[in-house]
Each structure stands twice: as C-alpha cells, then as structure tokens.
Design a protein around this ligand. Structure first.
Ligand code: PRP
Length: 183
C-alpha cells in the first residue's frame, strides 16, 4: 500500500511549511549578525529536512553541526531516557548556538540536550523548533523560535517518522490510528 494511504489528514501542507520556514529564517536573520558566527546544531534524525530548508533561507553567515539523539526508539511515547548517539564535532565554548529541532513534545529531549550543551559554555544558546505540542509538555523548555503549535496528534513527514518510515513526505501529516496501534 502507498505511504500516503497511511495518512489520515495533512496538518501542515507543503506551501504553508515553506512559507513558515522562510518567516523563521527572517526572524533568525534579525536575531543574529554575521559577526556572531552562528552555529546551528541540528538534532538528528528528525530535524534534517527542516534544517536543509531553513539554511537555504538564511542570509546571515552560519555554520552547522550535528548531534544524533534518540529518546523514543520505535515507540510512540517518549521513554524519558535520552541518549546521545553521536556528538558534535565542534567545540561550542564561546559560540552562539541555535539548536534546530523538528518537534518539542514532552520537552525531555530538548531539556537534556540544552542542559548538556550549557555545560560546554556557549556564548548563547537558543532553540528553534518547527513544531511544538504545548499540551504534551512535561518539562518546561523555553523555545525561542517556533514554527507551528499543533494539537496532540501522531504526526509524521518532513523528517518526522513512525518506526523510521514516512520521513520523506513533504508535508506534516497525521498518521492513521490503525497504523500505530497495530504495532
Ligand atoms: C523526536 C523528536 C525530538 C523528540 C521530541 O525524536 O525529533 O527530538 O522526539 O520529543 P520529547 O519532547 O517528548 O522529548 P526521536 O527520539 O523520535 O528521534 P528522531 O529525531 O531520530 O526521529
């Protein structure tokens, strides 16, 4: 069966996504200067597609580095256990760091990541997340740039997965309940 048959509805369409990513880029352009040598820290895997589009819209000078972090495994609920599977290449001491995430759900992943990064003494540390589910927050993490606040639905696409599938979809969709409840 085609992947799209597993999508109950499209929550954020392709054009709406691209328009909002461009707005976020303008806000980030306004918050930093070229002299800041901004470092984008992309939290993989989910944020890779957002990062790619965001970078193409940014006009200020910046660099990028990656962390692979996993908190969910193949489950649909955060386990609360965050693991750094791959760490940054760069030393971030004295750097202006902007963490780029795909979604803040319980907040546990970003809470862990930002507490960890702060121990490395960056000059500043801010967060940009494409999506946020405020109703699910268990830990309060301040998110400086948010694309969309969304309801508590199981979302996939544009980098977000269910059991490593659907990351390729160019929109944010809601997964049919029978797909995730069957696993
Ligand atoms: C997802 C997402 C965030 C985290 C958000 O990652 O990318 O990092 O969950 O959930 P939280 O706010 O409840 O912690 P996941 O562990 O699914 O890994 P992935 O990015 O590789 O898909």
């Amino acid at each position: 069966m085609a992947q799209r048959d597993d999508v109950a509805k499209i929550l954020v369409g392709e054009h709406q996504l691209q328009a909002r990513v461009a707005e976020l880029a303008r806000a980030i352009d306004g918050a930093y200067s070229d002299d800041d040598r901004l470092l984008l820290v992309c939290v993989l895997k989910g944020a890779f597609m957002f990062l790619g589009d965001l970078m193409r819209q940014l006009t200020i000078r910046h660099e990028v580095d990656f962390m692979v972090v996993s908190s969910y495994g193949d489950a649909t609920e955060s386990s609360g256990v965050v693991r750094i599977l791959l760490d940054l290449e760069q030393n971030i001491a004295g750097r202006h760091v902007l963490v780029v995430e795909d979604i803040v759900d319980s907040g546990r992943t970003l809470d862990y990541v930002t507490r960890n990064l702060r121990t490395r003494r960056p000059a500043s540390l801010r967060i940009c997340s494409l999506l946020s589910k405020p109703s699910r927050r268990a830990i309060d993490v301040p998110v400086d740039f948010v694309g969309f606040e969304i309801p508590d639905e199981f979302v996939i696409g544009y980098g977000l997965d269910f059991a490593e599938q659907y990351r390729n979809l160019p929109f944010i969709g809601v997964l049919k309940e029978e797909i995730y409840s069957a696993s």
